[in-house]
Design a protein around this ligand. Structure first.
Ligand SMILES: [Zn+2]
Length: 223
């Protein structure tokens, strides 16, 4: 396929997304009916090729196993959503086709949960608790130290609002003559915004230091 068309772009945007028990991993191309064919990873671990269309309308829900060995823990809407959190996380660190791979997997960030079951054992209770406290908000997984891996000790749940609640929302930073929204800098450097805010506001680091663009230089104390 040489020509990138609208359908192809849509298909690329679907990489990392989960439809029922299948998570899109890569684009194969278009078939004779001009439907985009994608390769997915099923919850059971098997690969499955199908059209993006059949995924979206729910014609294809799994590799054929339905939900395989996780049928006891993927039982309803909430647990399925929890599974998509796991899959999205796994895609960011292992799937080179994922749009965020370069700031996760490529930077050496690993997923220390070997499988969905162990992630479920460690995080499902706290996930439910977070959901019940923040009913209508999207609960996302956040790493406490962004240079460390995805594991129980380094992960916590957050809502979009929690992440965006502080006043850095509309803050701009200019570094090397480039002005960008604060959050954009944080995303690009894969650094938690709270950490950067604290470094700038409380510790009085320069923006470059706070974002990890230059090493922190300790200034002698003024007398
Ligand atoms: Zn399967």
């Amino acid at each position: 396929m040489n020509k990138i068309n609208h359908r192809h772009i849509k298909a690329i945007q679907s990489i990392g997304k989960t439809f029922n028990y299948l998570t899109v991993q890569k684009i194969i191309g278009s078939n004779k009916n001009r439907n985009m064919v994608v390769e997915c990873l099923c919850v059971c671990g098997k690969k499955k090729k199908c059209t993006l269309y059949s995924l979206k309308i729910g014609d294809t829900k799994s590799c054929g196993c339905k939900k395989g060995k996780f049928s006891h823990i993927i039982i309803d809407k909430v647990s399925r959503r929890f599974y998509t959190v796991f899959n999205a996380m796994r895609s960011r660190v292992t799937n080179k086709n994922h749009k965020s791979y370069k700031i996760y997997g490529k930077r050496g960030i690993k997923l220390l949960w070997n499988n969905f079951e162990s992630f479920h054992n460690d995080m499902y209770k706290s996930y439910l608790k977070h959901l019940s406290l923040h009913k209508n908000e999207r609960t996302t997984i956040e790493r406490i130290d962004v240079n460390k891996h995805y594991c129980k000790e380094n992960c916590r749940w957050a809502t979009d609002t929690e992440q965006g609640a502080n006043r850095t929302n509309n803050r701009y930073l200019t570094i090397n003559k480039q002005t960008k929204v604060f959050q954009t800098w944080c995303n690009e450097m894969n650094i938690n915004r709270h950490k950067v805010t604290d470094r700038i506001d409380k510790l009085h680091w320069t923006p470059e230091e706070a974002l990890g663009l230059t090493p922190r230089i300790r200034k002698p104390k003024k007398t």
